[in-house]
Design a protein around this ligand. Sequence first.
Ligand SMILES: Nc1ncnc2c1ncn2[C@@H]1O[C@H](COP(=O)(O)OP(=O)(O)OP(=O)(O)O)[C@@H](O)[C@H]1O
Ligand SMILES: [Mg+2]
Length: 262
Amino acid sequence: MTTAAAAVHDPQLPGGASAVAASARRVTKAYGAGETRVTALDAVDVDIQRGRFTAIMGPSGSGKSTLMHCLAGLDTVSGGRIWIGDTEITGLKDKQLTRLRRDKIGFIFQAFNLLPTLTALENITLPMDIAGRRPDQAWLDQVVETVGLAGRLKHRPAQLSGGQQQRVAVARALAARPEIIFGDEPTGNLDSRAGAEVLTFLRRSVDELGQTIVMVTHDPVAAGYADRVLFLADGVIVDEMHAPTADSVLERMRRFDGKRTS
Ligand SMILES: Nc1ncnc2c1ncn2[C@@H]1O[C@H](COP(=O)(O)OP(=O)(O)OP(=O)(O)O)[C@@H](O)[C@H]1O
Ligand SMILES: [Mg+2]
């Protein structure tokens, strides 16, 4: 299918399906007006490849969360256009946008946002229960297996470690087979061991389940799990790196710091 986003950028798979899970074209986001106006995003162009793990990095205030929120339809843009898959989301009415978010997008936040009175399994299927959709049992089994929660499904969040709770949140995001999953510092509240656990599961969900993931992070180690890192500075994508390692990301970030102080 030809889409507006693909027509602009034209990254097509051989089968004709779009290789792009999300696109931004000239996306600008400003907060406030007059002297207090802040340009959080300044004409950003980006394509998020399907079936890949993309990390977004950059100094505090560089626009990482804003970019993620705009791509995910959680926030409106001041200018420019955004597509999720074949659907342009800029200009959608609230109701259509809510439905698209529910059906096509998964979220993992820094605070795991699990309901304390529900079991792990009930938390995982909650979004589908609310949407009135029956989970695909075979898929659900595969997700639970991939995130390594099979023995923990009847536990409540308080009976799980931080890493396990975040894995429940990852499974919840994966369960509905979203087109794309967005995470804002999904390992930000975890110690390094639990963080590594969650990042390993995110990586596996890309490699084994074909999931598309976009993750905002401050942590070069976390970014090292990704296929590609986008570097933001002052609302602009200033660099990107493919097949990153924690060391190569750290080295790149040092160069940012050097520029800032010189
Ligand atoms: N609701 C808002 N109102 C006004 N300004 C905002 C708002 N949200 C973000 N900003 C500003 O937009 C810019 C980008 O913010 P954003 O939250 O995207 O940064 P970030 O890269 O995610 O930073 P951090 O690493 O600290 O989370 C900052 O200058 C911030 O102060
Ligand atoms: Mg942020």
